[in-house]
Design a protein around this ligand. Structure first.
Ligand code: ZN
Length: 324
């Protein structure tokens, strides 16, 4: 690796246990997918340097330029709220007197939906722009902060982290932070892509959740459960649902041009990713004004995918765990 690449990329041992020996599962775009020989966590190395990734997170473009985008965000928040309702009943906890923290709350839509059910809701968000949006639009208490650098003394009854784990450079430290900031008996709920899913097996490297620029770790129900136990959590429940469409197969994500140097390969991958995102947004344009027939078709597809993913093969993994 040249000196220039050292500022841009970092080679890492296993992000969970810190051990170096790993089996290489194959090339993933501009990087390598590895499986730790000690704890079986799947991760990428090399990855974009922390400073580069943090800068990307801080200035992630806000696609909230229109009411349509706002509606899409709201739809996603409704999905999160359904996952939130699956949270196991916590003995002795009355939600109306409970406090909720969401880590990675983006524009605040989920918190806004949950607000009527809790005594107080609060959010943490990387991007200053999104945090400001959540404060101004919804009058929510959202801080743009880095949990590992800025002191944070509050404790909560419930912590939510939707699609955050796969982006964490230190997943075990992240879970320990959450554990320390939960009240005794408090509940954690999180979601992350499921590496064991049937779509990942079928689509292989074209699985759309393989995003080397943003997703650093890939969990299975077993590796995530083990990490949660290590961080001190009890009563771990895992559920999965959803199947990626085969569209991922055709989008050519994570193709790599071998004639480019490492830096250009990463930049190429990022550009390709942006194009996929843009296409996805275009595809979602019609949402909300779908015909009745399309809605029925979607519901049928939902029921069928529920049957197929019942043995834990869904793309999306939801995890609920409790602090003693
Ligand atoms: Zn490991």
């Amino acid at each position: 690796m040249s000196g220039e690449d050292n500022d841009f990329l970092e080679k890492t041992p296993c992000p969970a246990c810190g051990n170096l020996p790993a089996r290489i599962l194959g090339r993933l775009g501009p990087t390598l997918l590895r499986k730790c020989r000690s704890c079986s966590l799947i991760y990428i190395s090399p990855r974009l340097a922390t400073s580069v990734r943090e800068e990307m997170l801080r200035r992630e473009p806000s696609p909230l330029s229109s009411e349509r985008n706002l509606m899409l965000r709201h739809k996603m928040a409704e999905h999160m709220e359904r996952m939130h309702r699956e949270m196991p009943k916590v003995e002795g906890m009355n939600k109306r007197s409970a406090t909720l923290l969401e880590i990675g709350c983006r524009w605040g839509h989920f918190l806004q939906l949950c607000r009527p059910h809790y005594r107080s809701v609060e959010g943490l968000e990387w991007s200053k722009e999104r945090a400001a949006f959540a404060r101004e639009r919804f009058d929510l208490q959202v801080s743009a902060t880095d949990i590992f650098r800025d002191p944070w003394d509050n404790r909560y009854n419930v912590v939510a982290a939707w699609d955050v784990m796969e982006r964490e450079p230190h997943p075990l430290e992240f879970l320990r932070w959450v554990h320390d900031h939960l009240e005794p008996g408090g509940q954690l709920m999180l979601s992350t892509p499921n590496y064991n899913s049937i779509s990942r097996r079928l689509l292989r490297k074209r699985w759309p959740y393989f995003e080397p620029s943003r997703h650093l770790c890939y969990f299975t129900p077993a590796t995530l459960t083990a990490l949660l136990r290590q961080a001190g959590f009890r009563d771990v429940t895992v559920k999965t649902s959803g199947l990626s469409s085969l569209r991922g197969w055709f989008s050519g994500i994570n193709k790599v041009d071998r004639s480019l140097d490492a830096r250009s390969q990463w930049l190429d991958n990022l550009r390709g990713r942006e194009a996929v995102e843009e296409a996805r947004r275009e595809n979602l344009k019609g949402i909300g004004r779908e015909s009745a027939w399309k809605k029925i078709r979607k519901q049928i597809a939902g029921v069928l995918s529920g049957i197929v993913t019942a043995p834990g093969w869904g793309d999306q993994m939801r995890i609920y765990a409790r602090r003693d």
